[in-house]
Each structure stands twice: as structure tokens, then as C-alpha cells.
Design a protein around this ligand. Structure first.
Ligand code: SAM
Length: 217
């Protein structure tokens, strides 16, 4: 498959899967029409890189459906100057999108194999404002806090307190919560006192495993 074919697939992805479903943030649409999603997908699945579904990336994990990446990114309401924390690096595709929309991105992955692979891809492809960290992201990254936005791409049993503590006032935490059968994506805005919690849509994510997530059996 050649570069032109990927560009055409990307155009269709943006028009039909994103614009067609109501994604309106022009910056998100532009970046998703530019970032080469196929580079972040294992070679054996590249033919399906722009299809309307998640795909396996190894270690029992997935790269999220393009629409889910778009709506989660839109919920962060980025302007370009933000320091963002992502929990669940996976393939690195979401981090690459964020790197073009914010100033600095920290992303945490619990699987060393995925973190190593993604670090190499991001370096090769020139996403230089992203730092990939191996560890338990349910605890956040206190030494680099506060963040103007935090995005969690795995499902938590509840909103982790550590992440709320590391969010700046006015910042957004975008996170799915629930169980394997019933999950809701939240956009949480941190206020001077308390939070505003908006339910965005129903979703299906792999579990957030960690001290403030699900416990390993
Ligand atoms: N954002 C990713 C992408 O663009 O490919 C998709 C991530 S995948 C749906 C969820 C990821 O969260 C998996 O790679 C999984 O290993 C990771 N994960 C689960 N619990 C975690 C934790 N406590 N800390 C860091 N990563 C975690």
C-alpha cells in the first residue's frame, strides 16, 4: 500500500467517521487528517489502520477507534500551550495527536514492551515533545504536575484522586469509568471548589490496572 492510498484512507476516515459523527474541533480534524495512523499499527494490521474500529497492538492491548481518539481529544479543549498527561500510551497514536495540539505531552504505559516500541516510533517520526514513561499511570506523574489536561485511555473503576489532585484548576480530565460491561466517558472540569462532571458517551475500554485502578488478579 502506498502513501497516496494511506492519505486517501485518512481523508475518508476524517470525513465519514469524524465529521460525519459530529466532531467539530477544526484543530482536531486537521491533525487527524495529517498524523499517519498506519505507522502506529503493527504491520500485519496496517491494511486496516483507517477503519472504524480498534486494532490489536500486542500484550492484549488495542489502539483505540479513530472516533474515540477524536472525541477524547476534543473534550480536552486544547489551545496549544498546555502540558498534557496521557495514561495508557499503547501504540502512541493518541500521544502523537496530542503532541501536535499541545506544548508538551507526558504519556505513561505499564507494559515495558509497548513503551519501548512506542518511544522508538515517536522518535523516528519526529514527535519530539512527547515523553514516554513506563509505570503505573493510575497514580499520575506528581513531579511534573500540575497538568492543564489529563486523558486516560483505559477504564477506571472510579475517578483516581491522584489524577484530580494533579489537574490545574480549569483543566480537563477525560476518562472512562465503569466495568467491563458498562462504561461511560467523562469530561471532568476542575473548579476552584469541586468538579463539574459531564457524561460524554458510552464506551468500551481495556481496564486501567494499578493502585488507583483495577487490581491484577
Ligand atoms: N492511547 C492508546 C493508543 O493511542 O494506542 C490506546 C491505549 S489502550 C486502549 C490502553 C493502554 O492502557 C494499554 O496499552 C494498557 O497497557 C495501558 N494501561 C492500563 N493500565 C495502565 C496503567 N495503570 N498505567 C499505564 N498504562 C496502563
Amino acid at each position: 500500500m502506498n502513501t497516496n492510498k494511506y492519505a486517501a484512507d485518512r481523508f475518508h476516515m476524517v470525513q465519514y467517521q469524524l465529521v460525519g459523527r459530529g466532531i467539530q474541533d477544526e484543530r482536531v480534524l486537521k491533525v487527524m487528517s495529517e498524523v499517519p495512523r498506519h505507522v502506529f499499527v503493527p504491520e500485519s494490521y496496517r491494511y486496516a489502520a483507517y477503519e472504524d474500529c480498534p486494532l490489536p497492538i500486542g500484550e492484549g492491548q488495542t489502539i483505540s477507534q479513530p472516533y474515540m481518539v477524536a472525541i477524547m481529544t476534543q473534550c480536552l479543549e486544547l489551545e496549544g500551550k498546555e502540558k498534557i498527561l496521557e495514561i495508557g500510551t499503547g501504540s502512541g497514536y493518541q500521544a502523537a495527536i496530542l503532541s501536535r495540539l499541545a506544548d508538551r505531552v507526558y504519556t505513561i504505559e505499564r507494559h515495558e514492551v509497548l513503551a519501548l516500541r512506542t518511544r522508538a516510533i515517536l522518535k523516528e517520526t519526529g514527535y519530539n515533545n512527547v515523553e514516554v514513561i513506563t509505570g503505573d499511570g493510575s497514580l499520575g506523574l506528581p513531579d511534573n504536575a500540575p497538568f492543564q489536561g489529563i486523558i486516560v485511555t483505559a477504564c477506571a473503576p472510579h475517578i483516581p484522586k491522584s489524577l484530580l489532585d494533579q489537574l490545574e484548576i480549569g483543566g480537563r480530565l477525560v476518562i472512562p469509568t465503569g466495568n467491563p460491561y458498562n462504561q461511560v466517558l467523562h469530561q471532568i472540569i476542575k473548579l476552584e471548589k469541586g468538579t463539574e462532571d459531564r457524561s460524554v458517551l458510552e464506551c468500551a475500554f481495556v481496564p486501567l490496572i494499578g493502585k488507583e485502578g483495577w487490581k491484577m488478579e
